[in-house]
Write a protein that binds this ligand. Sequence first.
Ligand code: 6PG
Length: 380
Amino acid sequence: PFLQKGDIVLDGGNAHFEDTERRQEELSRSGIQLIGCGISGGEKGARYGPSIMPGGKSEIYPEVREVLETIAARDPRGNPCCTYIGPGGSGHFVKMVHNGIEYAEMQLIAEVYHLLSRQFSYSEIADLFEQWNKGDLSSFLLEITVRILRKKEGRDEFLLDQILDEAGNKGTGGWSVKAALDLGSVNSMMGAAVFARYRSSDPIRKRLGAERTISGGPEHIASTGEIDPNVLENAYRFARIINHYQGFELLRQASNTYRWHLDLSDLSRIWTNGCIIRSALMQQCVSWFADAETILDLPDVREELHGLEADVSSVILRGHENRVPLPAFSTAWNDWVSMTTGQLPANLIQAQRDSFGAHTYLRRDDLEGKPHHTNWEADD
Ligand code: 6PG
């Protein structure tokens, strides 16, 4: 009732992009425009400049451009971390995927911390993360983790030890995974991160009880195989690239499906500052996407991942030896190996589908031909 024709509403919350599109449609009937404006940066961003992702009608953007670009954070070249994203709910969609990437980035750091804490003290882990944060692995999330690991309560107690290990969520990670399922995009890292949060929310008593029954408690878990921080650093580098690959693939596929014409290089640019997933890798993405459609189209990146692959296997093995779950690392490795394996067992899946449901299959010797069906029970 407070709105009138010609008004522009900016929705700066984490709305689902389909709700945004429905609201845009409804409001436009009264001559009111809605801009679905993804905003990232938390409390600090709100005060010192966030990353802003406005989506809606392109002809409306010039009306709000100045105010948004003035309050936005600045990228390394001094340009605002705000750009017109695209039509409809695209602004909220990209913010949702930002959060999906954020979930997986947080999960990876949590897994590294979990594994390292079997053999290193919090201050040693903080020192290591501080070291990593000086080079190509630097990120806002790693930076805050160093501070978290050092935070004490009283003289000797670490605050982290008092925090209940049940991760909350407000839904945007799950939305991203659902969007990936809808679009047929592989987003196993976000999925692993969301499910790890859900699993952590099993009642702690239940988990503790099960741990005691299965292994006799943490003191009985044999810690074998020394964890080499340099190997872990490489595995972390690898898994972050896969996470960014998967996240941006979801955006690219959404852009194609919904005809949003997203500019992934410019999008990476507005995520280089102000937002939660700002990092040296995000700065790298700006130039990667200027040169290629996907990160893995770049031969240098493929070569780098290939070179790091063995270190990821070794970290996953250390996880097994120390009974530390590493869902995000494992799925990063699995997806990379699947992507780079010529013969997957999907031929068997196709045969099973055809056997029980006559779903048909394509033959290698007849790729352009019609789907084939076999009577699997007939004697040859
Ligand atoms: C940001 C954050 C923020 C985000 C929550 C995630 O970019 O500033 O992504 O918008 O939505 O921090 O919350 P949950 O972890 O509770 O889902």
